[in-house]
Design a protein around this ligand. Structure first.
Ligand code: ADP
Ligand code: MG
Length: 240
């Protein structure tokens, strides 16, 4: 592991709207994430968690500030560069699984790679199959989302987020829509993947049971970081 952070933002500001209607949502965020980190992003509703995750995921342009990841200056990168960077290095898990209803579990998991390459390959199918096995859903590979439980869908979504071997997975309230037992299963899975692969996870949540299982707490209040703790990366293994 190198000492350089996986990701750094400095004086990150996000303002929506113009003139009198302008609203500042993030006020000068400074944050570093290490490789292999398992971090919870906490804060009340409206504190800016989703906005921050969306910016870190290069899906939203900050109004101001620096944004570096893996040595790439994402604040000044073009949309095309960001799209490619995102596909190669960042996975997403949302509160609602966002699986495509007409695709099977296997096809959904394969999507990030197939979309990027513009075609499916046998190697992609193999990898998607292995990922479904890793999330305990090998037997559901040919099921469509409607035939799976909420917890199973979210485990498929975790597998999909890992398809392209991202260094960073951003999860926005991934268990917010799940019962307690399913939430625990998804969190067990994230913890195991983090430990085995060294994938960095940043997980926004309201659930103290989830944040208690993360090694670092990062807290937002009204668009400001009120706690970020030290970086706590781990070596991990090879990215599965
Ligand atoms: P959280 O995820 O912590 O609930 P959000 O990042 O979703 O917080 O929202 C933070 C604040 O930014 C809220 O006040 C919200 O209304 C505002 N906001 C989010 N997205 C937009 C947008 N596209 N336009 C204007 N305001 C927005
Ligand atoms: Mg949110």
């Amino acid at each position: 592991m190198t000492d350089a952070p996986l990701l750094s933002v400095r004086q990150l500001v996000k303002r929506f709207g113009e003139g009198e209607a302008a609203a500042t949502v993030l006020y000068g965020i400074d944050l570093d994430l290490a490789r292999g980190e398992l971090a919870a992003l906490l804060g009340p509703s409206g504190s800016g968690k989703s906005t921050l995750l969306t910016i870190l995921g290069t899906l939203l342009q900050p109004t101001r500030g620096e944004h570096w990841m893996l040595g790439v200056d994402l604040a000044t990168a073009s949309e095309a560069e960001k799209t490619r960077f995102r596909a190669e290095n960042i996975g997403f898990v949302f509160q609602f699984h966002h699986l495509l209803p007409d695709l099977t579990a296997l096809e959904n998991v394969m999507m990030p790679a197939a979309a990027q390459a513009g075609r499916e390959t046998p190697a992609m199918r193999d990898r998607a199959g292995e990922l479904l096995e890793a999330v305990g859903l090998a037997a559901r590979r040919d099921y469509r989302p409607a035939a799976m439980s909420g917890g199973q869908r979210q485990r498929v979504a975790v597998a999909r987020a890992l398809m392209n071997r991202p260094a960073l997975v951003l999860a926005d309230e991934p268990t917010g829509n799940l019962d307690r037992e399913s939430a625990d299963q998804v969190m067990d899975l994230i913890g195991a993947i983090n430990a085995q692969t060294g994938t960095c996870f940043l997980i926004s949540t309201h659930d103290e049971r989830i944040s208690a299982r993360c090694r670092r707490r990062i807290e937002l209040l009204d668009g400001r970081l009120v706690m970020a703790g030290p970086m706590g990366g781990s070596e991990g293994g090879t990215l599965i």
